[in-house]
Design a protein. Structure first.
Length: 274
């Protein structure tokens, strides 16, 4: 048994190193001059330098901190929107009885299988008519309309695991639907809420496509779009600066995931999601 456990740990360690190799390579590449990045120099830089970080922070013509601030603004708003509206929608589907509830829930789940590119033109037309192009609103407003069916489904599964007797006891004490949601469901829903908040933050932070479509002014760009600016198909590309700023932009995501990873697992375990 002990030998099997040792082999299992060795196998897991080797697998972890294989998965971490691209990240380690990127970190070491950020410490190399451009001429040494794509050479067979291993993971240890021969001439380490921090110049790529200074270059990347200022080379796009805008302080890279502006891009980070833009991403943080959008991510914070999206997290708040998803947590509030998805929890309300999930409560309605899981607890309230109304005509067409099962049909609407099935239609909502069907949207998970619908690629976002299918609705892109229609959404762009709507946002253009609202004069929202080149603003943060196209990324923020949909999150306040419970448009992410995945998070609604996640919370519905969690709420269904909460005993209905708690609702009945609250009704006896005079609570209505809003009181039950605020006093009973919301406090017990915290694992799913944290999971929603973390995934909303990570997915929004890494979102490239919608931010590329809707944002054009340089001072309004976000981190993923700004990183694309280091590459030039017709001229020289600043690979060192690109890798350096990629390392910088990984820090918030890694910190959020490491700090809240236990709550992510708890939320998935309670909802039965795999």
């Amino acid at each position: 048994m002990r030998t099997r456990r040792v082999f299992a740990h060795v196998g897991l360690t080797v697998g972890a190193l294989i998965m971490l190799y691209p990240l380690l390579w990127m970190i070491t590449a950020s410490l190399r001059p451009n001429t040494e990045i794509f050479t067979d120099a291993g993971l240890v830089p021969e001439h380490p330098t921090l110049g790529n970080y200074a270059l990347g922070w200022h080379s796009t013509g805008v302080n890279f901190g502006v891009y980070i601030a833009n991403s943080l603004i959008i991510c914070t708003a999206v997290v708040i929107g998803n947590v509030l509206t998805c929890s309300l929608t999930a409560y309605a589907f899981a607890r309230l009885k109304f005509v067409g509830r099962k049909t609407l829930f099935a239609l909502m789940l069907a949207t998970i299988m619908l690629p976002g590119h299918v609705t892109l033109i229609a959404q762009y037309s709507i946002f253009r008519n609202l004069n929202w192009i080149d603003t943060f609103w196209p990324m923020i407003v949909p999150s306040f309309l419970a448009t992410d069916a995945f998070f609604v489904f996640l919370m519905v599964q969690f709420i269904r695991s909460i005993p209905v007797e708690l609702d009945d006891a609250a009704r006896i004490d005079g609570c209505g639907a809003w009181g039950i949601y605020r006093r009973i469901i919301l406090p017990l829903l915290s694992p799913a809420l944290v999971t929603t908040a973390i995934f909303s933050f990570i997915w929004t932070w890494n979102n490239f496509f919608s931010q590329l479509i809707y944002l054009s002014t340089r001072t309004k760009l976000t981190v993923p779009v700004a990183l694309r600016g280091f590459l030039d198909a017709t001229g020289s590309s600043e690979w060192g600066a690109l890798f350096a700023m990629s390392v910088v932009t990984l820090v918030p995501v890694v910190v959020v995931f490491v700090v809240f990873q236990r709550r992510i697992l708890a939320g998935m375990a309670h909802t039965g999601l795999k």
